[in-house]
Ligand binder design. Sequence first.
Ligand code: SAH
Length: 340
Amino acid sequence: MKSIYDKTFDEMVSYFEENGEKRFKASQVFDWLYSKRVTSFDLMSNIKKEVIELLKKDYIITSLRLDKVERDVEVNKYLFTLSDGNHIESVLMRHDYGTSICISSQVGCNMGCRFCESGRLKKVRNLTAGEMVEQILMVEEDIKMRITHVVIMGIGEPFDNFDNFKRFVQIINYQKGINIGSRHITVSTCGLIPKIEEFTNFPYQVNLAISLHAPNDKIRNELMPISKVYPLKDLMKTLKKYNEKTNRRITFEYILLDGINDSEECANELCALVSGLNCYINLIPYNETDNLGYKRSKKETISKFYDIIKKRKINVTIRREFGSNISAACGQLRSKKEDL
Ligand code: SAH
């Protein structure tokens, strides 16, 4: 059965109209769901009995179950069980500018990035938009605070679940709903070119992050098999068009892996690769996991890599670390749970 959190406001209006009810019922239901945050239709006390029964017949209201939380000063990590028994994760991070949540978009992932824990489980299914929305609602319920920023960088490849991703953005951006500004939403992709092209025309100003992780196809093909389908030259062309069309800055994520992609030569090559793009580079100290064999680059290597880029006047930051002592590497909590 459909989750009520899967519905946009306009769809809720049409639903009531089709069922011979007044349009304003949609506003009332949204108010209960997103302002008062009830998790049972029976608590919607200003809605008449027949309508409650109608809603119950057509929708479910909660489908995620909170399984486990690991807490640290700046970060909480959540493990959820879905209604079909699968597991996903979300991460909450506290910043000086607000709180952000990193949400999952799929159960498992088919992209096969060699360094990534999440991809050790192949895609089982896409998450529905409602399941993505519920991650935000349940974490907000836990911290008793509003989340200000959303990144779609958890388990899964959001552009391999593009329709639900778009629906999710529409729902959380809606003013009388969760009301997260589109500029406060970031989607991260490993580089599915046709979807980046579609995203260029998506009418919400969501930020785009690209998991780059290598300055050339040779290294990238080793780390990210998707690179063989969408080589860097084509990816960069697509991103140039994205820049031109949207005027928005692209974030490049670059995990530094010891001895793999962290040489000075790689840093120089990376600068050349992104030259001419409106972008910034986020260098990510690798979160080591027990199963994959990659090592984090040494501190000095990371600094040197950073300096080379900085000198070229390209915007660059080193990602601040969140919770590496609480299984924060994407997918670790789920792997532990399922004994993968
Ligand atoms: N599939 C999407 C979003 C999920 S991955 C994408 O590829 O962008 C989110 C980010 O976490 C990616 O940049 C990914 O490469 C990175 N990542 C995966 N495993 C990591 C690890 N162990 N340490 C640091 N970053 C990791």
